[in-house]
Design a protein around this ligand. Structure first.
Ligand code: HEC
Length: 112
């Protein structure tokens, strides 16, 4: 994707999300995630954010991660696959679910 296109997507996303930012994974998210998934990395969560934007904005505006309880995200993603025909690889599903769960639990990175 070109930089211009990325910018357009970012602006579109900003407006869809009421001008707030879809949280970028940070160390605080990795700390939340590690007890659940010992193999989790910051890179994986960042990948999940990208894949969420790429795969989940086609039919409706992106649902804010914190609009759903963290524990409910796996079933929402499965529902999209089973009932809406969304095609994800096993890796993509894992990245997206992990990103949505951490972003739901911590929608804003605390300032220190
Ligand atoms: C092919 C179109 C399509 C794509 C792509 C899509 N969705 Fe959906 N999504 C829908 C439709 C249609 C509904 C409303 C369905 C309903 O209410 O039963 C919906 C509803 C939802 C809801 C509301 C709660 C629910 O489960 O009904 C959530 C959350 C959601 N989608 C998440 C996602 C995520 C995460 C992705 C990416 C993995 C995604 N969607 C990709 C079609 C899509």
């Amino acid at each position: 994707m070109s930089a211009g296109r990325l910018l357009a997507v970012a602006i579109a996303l900003g407006s869809q999300l009421g001008c707030s930012v879809l949280v970028h994974p940070a160390d605080v998210h990795v700390a939340w995630a590690t007890p659940r998934w010992p193999d989790v990395t910051l890179a994986e969560l960042a990948q999940g954010r990208t894949e969420y934007v790429d795969h989940c904005a086609g039919c409706h505006t992106l649902v804010r991660p914190e609009a759903q309880e963290p524990e409910h995200w796996p079933e929402h993603v499965s529902e999209m696959e089973d009932e809406q025909g969304v095609k994800l690889t096993a890796d993509e599903r894992q990245h997206i679910v992990r990103y949505l769960m951490v972003a739901s639990a911590i929608p804003v990175v605390p300032k220190d």
